[in-house]
Design a protein around this ligand. Structure first.
Ligand code: CTP
Ligand code: CA
Length: 222
């Protein structure tokens, strides 16, 4: 069956970001990028026009490299996304963007001189929030939430704050989330419909998410 997402322009962020202390040291997180890449592959196979903005990952992917912009820092990811904010039909924020970065980045390698070393961090730009502010009624956005407590309340808060249409909720328990090949998700819509899915491979989860996006788009076009 022909997908309603064929030829739709879809912006996807994936992977972690790196926040540099000096030329060889950085703060990062455990994100593998697998979920974002699985979404990019699934949507590309359906005939969507996918632009993938990727942090540093180490993956074998069938997604065409010419459609990927590789970035390192949250700030670079934001500026790469900004180029596509007004032209995309759907934005999917699957990246684990670092929330903070060092206030100062040394151009030279930091030397081990003092007994103690203090690190001052500053808040990074929230890419999904920025998109939520400028998004038109013809555009949709999908976010992810990884929560350890008050899962539904925190996810609902993020959905509203970032003006998402759908939020994919996953929890960092055994065999799920960061680095794993499997994931167990629930999808919450803006209208507060909640769908639970069983533990599946990330590729299968990507198919479920894409199907939820298709159904949501059709409902909102009607
Ligand atoms: N996100 C983003 N830019 C950021 C931080 C988050 O685009 N600087 C996106 C993520 O890609 C995800 C969603 O926002 O789709 C929620 O990310 P999350 O880290 O769960 O939420 P935060 O708002 O950063 O809140 P916290 O980490 O305190 O829970
Ligand atoms: Ca965060």
């Amino acid at each position: 069956m022909r997908s309603s997402l064929i030829h739709k322009k879809i912006l996807i962020t994936a992977g972690p970001t790196r926040e540099y202390l000096d030329p060889v040291r950085y703060i990062t997180n455990e994100s593998s990028g697998k979920m974002g890449y699985a979404l990019a592959e699934t949507l590309h196979e359906l005939g969507a026009d996918v632009v993938l903005i990727s942090g540093p990952v180490c993956l074998n992917s069938s997604f065409p490299e010419e459609n990927i912009t590789f970035v390192k820092t949250a700030n670079e990811m934001y500026h790469a996304c900004l180029k596509h904010f007004s032209s995309c039909d759907i934005a999917i924020f699957a990246a684990a963007v670092a929330d903070y970065s060092p206030k100062l980045t040394s151009e030279e390698k930091i030397k081990k001189i003092d007994e103690a070393c203090f690190l001052e961090l500053k808040k990074n730009v929230d890419i999904a929030f920025e998109f939520g502010k400028v998004k038109t009624r013809f555009q949709q956005s999908v976010g992810f939430a990884l929560e350890t407590n008050d899962v539904l309340t925190n996810s609902k808060f993020k959905l509203e704050k970032k003006n998402f249409d759908l939020i994919v909720i996953n929890s960092p328990t055994h065999n799920q989330g960061f680095g794993h090949d499997t994931n167990k998700v629930s999808i919450l819509s803006k209208e507060l419909y909640l769908d639970h899915f069983p533990l599946k491979s990330k590729k299968e989860v990507a198919v479920d998410i894409v199907q939820a996006i298709e159904e949501y788009s059709i409902l909102n076009e009607a």
